[in-house]
Design a binder for this molecule. Structure first.
Ligand SMILES: [Zn+2]
Length: 255
């Protein structure tokens, strides 16, 4: 039997589909049994970007088998308008924000760690590994590769539109509405471990003292220390540059 259905994609999901189909009811027909996930991805929209599917006004899961005359509405993961009361595709909140980044987003990884977000990045990871860790650790996968977001295991993903790392950082903060959750200088930019604050003349200070350049020791009294990779941070020129970066971010917020 030939099935006739209507499907509509909302907000930024339209970026993935052909221009002539954007922001309108798409009439389509096909033969045979088909899941709504399969139908959605046939338009080029990765399921990892989808958070809510309504069929004739009722929310359904990805494995829903499409019926004749279904009216299908597909909403993105980070859509901000109120969809409370409807059952979204994921039980837990996306607000517990942890990331895993695709191999080409190294600079963005550093920025996100600087802002305090738990961010896995390893330039040697391949696509299956990225998808698996994203799924197992419930990490939001950030990538500029739509194919990666279409992998079966990816439940949370965000396609990064910008090329420039600074703009990418702004894009992530805006899209996921993370401005209130940033904790600058709380995480190691090299290895992602949370760092601890160590003051001089404490037992812990004795353990790191030999790692500090003598010139810095002359004036600095508080250090941030990563016990994983043993990197030490202090309020020197690097710290100043990072502060300029943070100020610029805040300035560009909502611009
Ligand atoms: Zn570290």
């Amino acid at each position: 039997m030939r099935l006739n259905v209507t499907i509509r994609f909302y907000e930024e999901l339209n970026d993935f589909i052909k221009e002539e189909l954007r922001k309108k009811q798409i009439e389509t027909s096909f033969y045979g049994k088909r899941t709504v996930k399969d139908l959605i991805e046939s338009y080029g929209v990765p399921h990892g970007e989808v958070d809510l599917i309504l069929i004739n006004g009722e929310s359904v899961g990805f494995d829903y088998i499409v019926n004749d005359k279904d009216l299908i509405s597909v909403y993105p993961v980070f859509e901000r308008f109120n969809i409370n009361g409807l059952s979204k595709l994921r039980q837990s909140s996306l607000r517990e924000t942890k990331f895993i980044l695709d191999v080409h987003l190294g600079k963005l990884a550093k920025y996100l760690r600087l802002l305090g977000f738990d961010t896995i990045y390893d330039h040697e990871m391949d696509d299956p590994e990225l998808a698996l860790i994203s799924n197992k650790n419930k990490r939001i996968l950030l990538t500029r590769d739509k194919g990666l977001l279409m992998r079966r295991l990816v439940e949370r993903g965000l396609f990064i539109r910008n090329n420039d790392p600074y703009k990418q950082c702004l894009e992530v903060l805006e899209k996921l509405d993370l401005w209130d959750t940033i904790h600058p200088f709380s995480r190691c930019m090299v290895c992602n471990q949370e760092i601890e604050k160590i003051e001089i003349n404490t037992p812990k200070y004795k353990l790191i003292e030999t790692l500090i350049p003598p010139k810095v020791k002359e004036w600095c009294t508080v250090y941030n220390y990563c016990s994983n990779c043993h990197k030490i941070y202090w309020k020197g020129s690097h710290w100043n540059r990072m502060n300029i970066f943070l100020d610029k971010l805040i300035e560009d917020k909502n611009r």
